[in-house]
Design a protein around this ligand. Structure first.
Ligand code: ADP
Ligand code: MG
Length: 391
């Protein structure tokens, strides 16, 4: 049974207050660390379990940027030591038109700031909620962009491990910008033909591949492909394919044939691609196969719509397949989700943000970025966000 996309386990809303900086209250006030780097904070655009994302005006880019603010006082130690440095390390070296571009990271005594390209049109999840489902033409465009971004990452040995509709942002021209490399890892390219397996079971249950859910070391590239299949299903049907509210049910569902809702009507070629992606590891399609797939490579203006409309559903679509595993014998893996970080946040006895002035510790810039390129970075040339009112 598919699940409404709306029911995706939402991240708890962290209080923005701890990450709030005093901005331009008074003219003679000493500039904050961000201001000294030319960033002027505006409204909050997103809140995660332990990070707040705010819009900011950048003097250098003459436009808006997004700043992910992580408080060292509220984020759990393993996130600060393991995942956050990895996120920065990974995003530094990536540049692709369908990936949110990293600009700079600034560490202070109190916080870590990740400065990145701003995506003005929200997330794919927002669009699905608004439009209920996405027509096949738009779904194909966005799915192709996602595949292109992930192929680029995998070619460079980077795995994302948290692909989902919430992390697919939209730029001003309604192009996908994949974001949130919080669970990503680099150096995952197979060595001497030997794949490197992941043992960190992370991400969101609804998007997790059967091998992750079974808690066995897995090849993260194939798990990313699975999550892309969940995204494609969510786009065209406006629902998630698997219900993550019960682990046993979830294991059963991911091990069975995908059940497609009767409505909205979706072309059998699209369902066939979803079936090839949401398949057991051994038969799961690879990126090269996805790119050759009929639905994926379909050129809209080449064929008549009526011909495309003919074969839409067949009864076999709802036929369920026998389970290959007995869910009763399985124990849920300790999947690290962002919600879990939330539960572990603010450890007892931890220091609190006393409000004393933060001091800069370290600044990192994008690897391949050179000053010439930075000037050309296509940020939206809008006016400074209302720092006073919004902050
Ligand atoms: N570059 C960006 N442009 C616009 N909105 C963003 C950007 N980065 C993050 N956001 C918003 O902030 C939310 C949380 O950011 P994200 O990096 O996904 O953090 P988390 O690790 O808490 O999920 C996103 O879901 C999105 O709504
Ligand atoms: Mg996220």
């Amino acid at each position: 049974m598919s699940t409404p996309v709306n029911s995706v386990h939402q991240l708890a809303v962290a209080e923005a207050a701890h990450a709030t900086q005093n901005t331009t209250d008074s003219k003679d006030k000493k500039p904050t660390v961000l201001e000294s780097h030319g960033y002027f904070l505006g409204k909050t655009i997103g809140t995660g379990s332990y990070a707040t994302v705010r819009m900011a005006h950048s003097e250098r880019h003459e436009g808006n940027v997004a700043i992910k603010i992580v408080s060292k006082f509220s984020a759990p130690a393993d996130y600060l030591k393991k995942f956050l440095p990895r996120e920065i390390e990974v995003v530094k070296g990536l540049r692709h038109m369908n990936l949110i571009r990293f600009l700079q990271a600034i560490e202070t005594t109190h916080r870590v700031y990740i400065i990145m390209e701003y995506a003005e049109n929200g997330s794919l999840l927002d669009i699905i909620r608004k439009d209920q489902s996405i027509d096949e033409m738009r779904s194909r465009k966005w799915f192709r962009q996602l595949v292109s971004a992930i192929e680029y990452c995998h070619d460079r040995g980077v795995v994302h491990r948290d692909i989902k509709c919430e992390n697919m942002l939209m730029d001003i021209g309604w192009n996908i910008k994949l974001s949130d490399f919080g669970f990503a890892r680099g150096h995952m390219k197979p060595k001497n033909g030997q794949p490197i397996l992941s043992e960190t079971f992370c991400g969101s249950y609804a998007y997790a591949s059967p091998e992750i859910l079974r808690g066995i070391p897995y090849q993260p590239q194939f798990a990313d492909i699975w999550s892309m299949g969940v995204v494609l299903f969510a786009m065209v049907f406006g629902r998630l394919p698997f219900d993550d509210s019960n682990y046993k049910e979830l294991i059963k569902q991911v091990s069975s044939k995908v059940v497609f809702p009767k409505e909205p009507k979706v072309h059998s070629n699209c369902k066939s691609l979803i079936n090839k992606i949401l398949a057991p590891l051994k038969s799961r399609i690879r990126i090269s196969g996805i790119k050759q797939d009929q639905w994926f490579s379909f050129e809209e203006n080449q064929a008549s719509t009526s011909r495309e409309r003919r074969s839409i559903t067949s009864e076999s679509d709802v036929e369920s397949r026998r389970l290959s595993v007995d869910p009763d014998t399985l124990i849920p893996p300790n999947l690290i989700t962002k919600d879990e970080f939330e539960a572990r946040a603010r450890p007892r006895g931890a220091r609190r943000d006393s409000g004393e002035e933060e001091q800069p510790v370290k600044t990192e810039n994008a690897f391949e970025s050179d000053s010439e390129h930075d000037e050309k970075f296509p940020v939206s040339k809008t006016r400074k966000p209302g720092t006073k009112k919004d902050s």
